[in-house]
Design a protein around this ligand. Structure first.
Ligand code: BES
Ligand code: MN
Ligand code: MN
Length: 462
């Protein structure tokens, strides 16, 4: 036992209970009906940071949900770690697919989490992972192990695009100055295969609307004689990929970085079982861009996916109708050199250009952001790697993730610092899906690993 594992063993139950209380608040940033709950969550994060040992904690109001800022500056000459996380969560629907209510956390064992996992919306993304940092701070303060300065910036709008955080960061460069940014909002390969996320994809999210006739029509009286917006929309969408599953938007791949054979071979070394992957998803084959492996398709290649599509009659029974409008929400995952605003424009121009006569097309950009890759020959990465080695007994594997945290590239631009993505979730933790969960072991392992990062980062910097 070390001082760190001792402290965790003694406080384990309380660490779990506190997280469970936080998970009970439905902080759904996408739905205004929950605005009081989102605000309550911010207040509760403030309280937790104060109790953990921050000397200053502020709620910074924005046009949207507030940012909780906290700091403990022990000595101006020591390095400063800036922790970022988010207290908002995704909407929990479809509710009927949850085995227990999303905001009534329960601990249940699973095959991958024999010690139990906390089931609740936000358990992994990101309340559980964010709270590991709060408890790691408490641990370091209580055991006299805090080796450097720490700042916290916890936002409530990550799941809706972080627009107000971007403004806050640009306006508070001095206050947020730091030597490294630390985030736990990603995953790792497996509990016995630790990995550190070295890349995130960018994102362009758009909504499209196709309008045909000025009103819904009888599909017998008018069918075959006017453009049906749903038929047209699905045809337009189908044309966005070619027979090799490459995206057909002109210019889309212009800035895509092609990895060298060596880099791809290095990537392919990460443990991965295609059979297990298919089995976990109940699919008999994978699908994607020709010439790339599954791990390449979901990390180093850009994508285009319909996230939702609607229009016409979807109620019970049948209604014979040609709808006046059809809609879809489309996301494009981008790789680091692709500029998300440029891609949004390329999409808009292309989508408008492929619309046939007889319909009107409207493309509305939602939000987006740049991808990110972090080099591994930095003090920050080396300190993180050594921290995992200490607590997992194994060197972590650097791995690019397919997910996006668009604000990370902005941090680099505005604050001029690198980000270390120490994620402790698993892909199977079902973030954004029904039955999201976070392993109890993972939660405690995060709390154990984080203090070593502080220690090694401070040592390596002096
Ligand atoms: N924490 C996730 C992103 C993530 C998860 C990255 C796992 C890597 C591994 C984050 O909360 C998220 O959901 N991001 C959104 C984008 C955002 C702009 C809504 C995403 O990736 O869809
Ligand atoms: Mn997240
Ligand atoms: Mn998320």
């Amino acid at each position: 036992m070390t001082q760190i594992t001792d402290y965790i063993a003694q406080n384990k139950q309380r660490f779990l209970n506190e997280l469970i209380e936080l998970l009970k608040i439905p902080s759904i940033s996408a739905d205004n009906a929950y605005s009081k709950d989102v605000l309550r969550t911010a207040a509760s994060v403030k309280d937790a940071l104060e109790k953990a040992g921050c000397d200053v904690v502020e709620i910074h109001e924005t046009e949207g949900y507030p940012i909780v800022y906290g700091e403990k500056i022990i000595n101006e000459t020591l390095p400063t770690v800036l922790v970022y996380g988010h207290y908002d969560v995704q909407p929990p629907d479809p509710l009927d697919l949850w085995n227990s209510p999303p905001f009534e956390p329960v601990i249940q064992k699973t095959d991958l989490h024999p010690e139990g996992a906390i089931f609740a919306r936000g358990a992994c993304d990101d309340k559980g992972q964010m709270y590991m940092h709060v408890k790691a701070l408490e641990l370091m303060v209580q055991t006299g192990r805090l080796p450097c300065n720490v700042k916290f910036m916890i936002e409530g709008e990550e799941e809706v695009g972080s627009n107000n955080l971007a403004i806050y960061v640009a306006e508070n460069r001095e206050k947020l100055s730091n030597d490294i940014i630390l985030i736990s909002d990603t995953g790792m390969i497996a509990n016995d295969i630790p990995s550190i996320t070295t890349g995130l994809r960018g994102l362009s999210y758009v909504e499209v609307e196709v309008t045909g006739p000025n009103r819904d029509l009888h599909s017998g009286l008018y069918g075959g004689a006017v453009a049906n917006p749903i038929n047209i929309l699905t045809k337009m969408i189908a044309g966005l990929h070619d027979e090799n599953n490459r995206i057909t938007i002109p210019g889309f791949y212009d800035n895509v970085e092609e990895l060298s054979k060596g880099e791809r071979a290095e990537m392919a070394k990460a443990p991965f079982s295609l059979e297990a992957y298919k089995k976990a998803l109940d699919i008999d084959a994978v699908y994607g861009e020709k010439g790339y492996t599954t791990n390449e398709r979901n990390a180093i290649r850009p994508t285009l996916d319909v996230n939702g599509i609607w229009g016409g009659y979807t109620g019970e029974g049948a209604k014979t109708v040609i709808a006046s409008k059809a809609f879809a929400k489309i996301s494009m995952r981008l790789v680091p050199n692709q500029d998300w605003k440029e891609i949004t424009t390329l999409f808009k121009n292309h989508f408008e250009s492929i619309a046939p006569k007889g319909v009107k097309v409207k493309v509305t950009p939602h939000h987006g952001g740049q991808g990110y890759v972090t080099p591994i020959d930095t003090v920050g990465y080396q300190a993180a790697s050594k921290a995992y080695e200490t607590t997992f007994g194994k060197k972590p594997i650097p791995q690019r993730s397919g997910g996006s945290i668009p604000i990370v590239s902005l941090f680099e631009k505005e604050l001029n610092s690198k980000t270390i993505l120490m994620g402790f979730g698993l892909d199977s933790d079902a973030i954004h899906s029904p039955n999201e969960h976070f392993g109890v072991w993972n939660y405690l392992k995060g709390i154990e690993t984080i203090p070593y990062f502080y220690q090694y980062f401070t040592e390596m910097n002096s």
